[in-house]
Design a protein around this ligand. Structure first.
Ligand code: SAH
Length: 233
C-alpha cells in the first residue's frame, strides 16, 4: 500500500516536473521565435541586444493573467495603468543607445523592470527610477528573484535624474515626455546618448536620440511612437 502510494506520488511528481520543464522549454522557444521574427526579422541587428532579448524571461515581468501573451508583438498591461513596452520597442531603444559593456546607464520609468533587465545583460551598471512605488518595488523583487544584481531601483521622480550617480553614458526614458528634461541632459556624460519619446500627451510622439559631443547637443528623430505619459509629482 505504502509502496503503491509512493509509486503513484513518484509518477505525479515526475509528471509535474515534466510539465514545468515543458513550460520552460516552450517559453524559451517562444522567446527565440520572438527574437527571430519580431526583432532580427525587422531592423534589430545589434548582437548584444538580440542576445539579451533571447535571455531575459519577459513572462516573469508581467502579471500572471498576461503570461500567455508574454511573447506577443505588443505592449501589455502591468497594473496601475502602466504598460510593459512591445518587445520590438525595448530592443529598438536598447540598440539605439549603442552601448559598451563598461557604460553606466540610467533608465527613467522602471515599470515592470523588463527593460532594465535587458540592459543589465549588456552593461555593468544600470540605475532605474520609477515614480509609482508599488511598481518600483515589484520590479526590484522580480530582478532579485532572477538573480540580476547589477540594477539599482529608486522610487522617485525621474525628472531630476540621479545626481549622486551621474554622469551616465546612456539615458533611456521609457515614458513619453512633453519636452526633454534639462537635468537629464546635464547628467549625460561626454559622448553620451539619450533616447527619449517626446511630444504632446495623448498624441504621437517622436522617439528622439540625443547625443552630447564636446558639450554640443544634437538631436535626431528615429521614429514615431506612442508611450504612457511621463508624469510629475
Ligand atoms: N520600462 C518599463 C515600461 C515603462 S512604462 C518596462 O520595461 O516595463 C513607463 C513607466 O514610467 C511607468 O511605470 C510610469 O509610472 C513611469 N514614470 C512616468 N513618469 C515618471 C517619472 N517622472 N519618473 C519616473 N518614472 C516615471
Amino acid at each position: 500500500m505504502i509502496s503503491a502510494f509512493k509509486y503513484s506520488l513518484g509518477i505525479a511528481l515526475a509528471c509535474l516536473g515534466g510539465v514545468s520543464i515543458y513550460a520552460q522549454e516552450s517559453a524559451m522557444e517562444k522567446r527565440q521565435q520572438m527574437v527571430e521574427q519580431q526583432l532580427a526579422g525587422r531592423d534589430i541587428t545589434d548582437r548584444a541586444t538580440l542576445k539579451a532579448m533571447a535571455k531575459v524571461p519577459r513572462e516573469a515581468f508581467v502579471p500572471i493573467s498576461q503570461r500567455p501573451f508574454a511573447y506577443e508583438d505588443r505592449p501589455l498591461p502591468i497594473g496601475d495603468g502602466q504598460t510593459i513596452s512591445q518587445p520590438y520597442m525595448v530592443a529598438f531603444m536598447t540598440q539605439a543607445l549603442r552601448l559598451k559593456s563598461s557604460d553606466r546607464v540610467l533608465e527613467i520609468g522602471t515599470g515592470s523592470g523588463y527593460q532594465a533587465a535587458v540592459l543589465s545583460q549588456i552593461v555593468d551598471t544600470v540605475h532605474t527610477i520609477e515614480i509609482i512605488p508599488s511598481l518600483g518595488k515589484r520590479a526590484e523583487r522580480i530582478l532579485k528573484e532572477l538573480n540580476i544584481e547589477n540594477v539599482q531601483v529608486r522610487i522617485g521622480d525621474g525628472y531630476f535624474g540621479w545626481e549622486e550617480k551621474a554622469p551616465f553614458d546612456a539615458i533611456i526614458v521609457t515614458a513619453g515626455a512633453e519636452s526633454i528634461p534639462p537635468v537629464l541632459v546635464d547628467q549625460l556624460a561626454e559622448d553620451g546618448v539619450m533616447v527619449i519619446p517626446v511630444g504632446p500627451h495623448r498624441g504621437i510622439r517622436q522617439l528622439i536620440r540625443l547625443t552630447k559631443k564636446k558639450g554640443k547637443i544634437r538631436t535626431r528623430s528615429l521614429m514615431e511612437v506612442r508611450f504612457v505619459p511621463f508624469v510629475r509629482n
